[in-house]
Design a protein around this ligand. Structure first.
Ligand SMILES: Nc1ncnc2c1ncn2[C@@H]1O[C@H](COP(=O)(O)OP(=O)(O)O)[C@@H](O)[C@H]1O
Ligand SMILES: [Mg+2]
Length: 281
């Protein structure tokens, strides 16, 4: 994965179009940035910016004396309004990758642009502001605030970014409560609702500040299968309605089937990319 030529680096700009052209059956190995680029490459038509672009991204943790190479050179591009899954066994680097994309941690090397910003240039406080404005998170264990009601949990990110007045906040929260089917539960506390309902609230909370990108790290891991499908399909329909990009990680093959674009991670490397969208053959 090292020693990329200039032309390979330039190829990164064409990845969205390349990804859009991969057929349902197409699989590639090792580096999606090197996927065949398609006939539109170089025509000058493909100016659309990727929402997330990574090139040779690495992350090495220092655990005492031991170095853990969690990501070993990852390249990918995610287009706006896509529904993407990173799949791989435990320890393959999914959480590490989502944390980097979500600006919760810094890469060791490589390039990472999120919503047009080189995240390496962001300081700590800038990173927090950037995150609040552009990224929503859905966590495996929901992370709802127990002393706040369902309504207040969803409203919370709006208070953090000081985005709008009370009336607009109420309208935004009510709209999302409807969208996730939780309007009649808004006065309840997290302890009074089921796991699936908690995750629906968490999805609403991730969306309330209208982020371009929602990251969900194993959002269905604590849910039974039926509920897991409901949550994934909820994200899918919100993606369609709001043109939000959802990126989720999972090691559940059944859930993976719901994603439009699937990156397989193994031992810190992308080993496969599948694009299953209709009309993108
Ligand atoms: N903070 C950390 N310090 C040291 N090693 C870590 C840390 N976080 C993750 N790792 C290691 O990095 C590798 C990838 O972990 P992770 O990104 O959590 O994978 P996944 O989410 O796919 O299970 C694993 O070997 C894990 O033990
Ligand atoms: Mg993980």
């Amino acid at each position: 994965m090292s020693g990329k030529s200039l032309s390979e680096q330039e190829g990164l700009n064409s990845v969205p179009n390349a990804a859009a052209r991969i057929s349902t059956e197409a699989t590639i190995t090792r580096d999606p940035a090197e996927v065949r680029v398609g006939s539109a490459a170089g025509t000058g038509e493909e100016k659309a910016m990727s929402l997330v672009e990574s090139k040779d991204l690495t992350k090495t943790y220092q655990a005492g004396e031991v170095e853990v190479k969690a990501l070993k050179g990852i390249s990918f591009a995610i287009e706006p309004a896509s529904f993407v899954s990173f799949v791989g066994p435990s320890g393959s680097g999914k959480t590490t990758l989502l944390n980097l994309v979500g600006c919760l941690d810094k890469p060791t090397s490589g390039q990472l642009r999120v919503v047009g910003t080189d995240v390496a240039t962001l300081g700590r406080a800038e990173g927090a502001t950037f995150r609040g404005r552009n990224i929503g998170f859905v966590f495996q264990d929901f992370n709802l605030i127990p002393v706040l009601t369902v309504f207040e949990n969803i409203e919370y990110p709006l208070l953090m970014v000081e985005c709008c007045g009370a009336r607009e906040r109420r309208e935004r929260v009510e709209t999302l409560l409807e969208a996730v089917g939780m309007a009649d539960q808004k006065k309840k506390f997290p302890s009074q609702i089921s796991g699936g309902q908690k995750q629906r609230v968490a999805v609403a909370r991730a969306l309330v500040a209208d982020p371009k990108l929602v990251l969900a790290d194993e959002p269905t891991a604590n849910l039974d299968h039926e509920t897991a499908f409901m949550v994934i399909n909820l994200m899918k329909s919100l993606k369609k309605e709001r043109k939000t990009t959802f990126v989720f990680s999972t090691h559940d093959p059944k859930i993976v089937g719901e994603a439009e674009i699937v990156y397989t991670l193994e031992d810190g490397l992308v080993t496969n990319l599948e694009d299953r969208r209709a009309g993108h053959a």
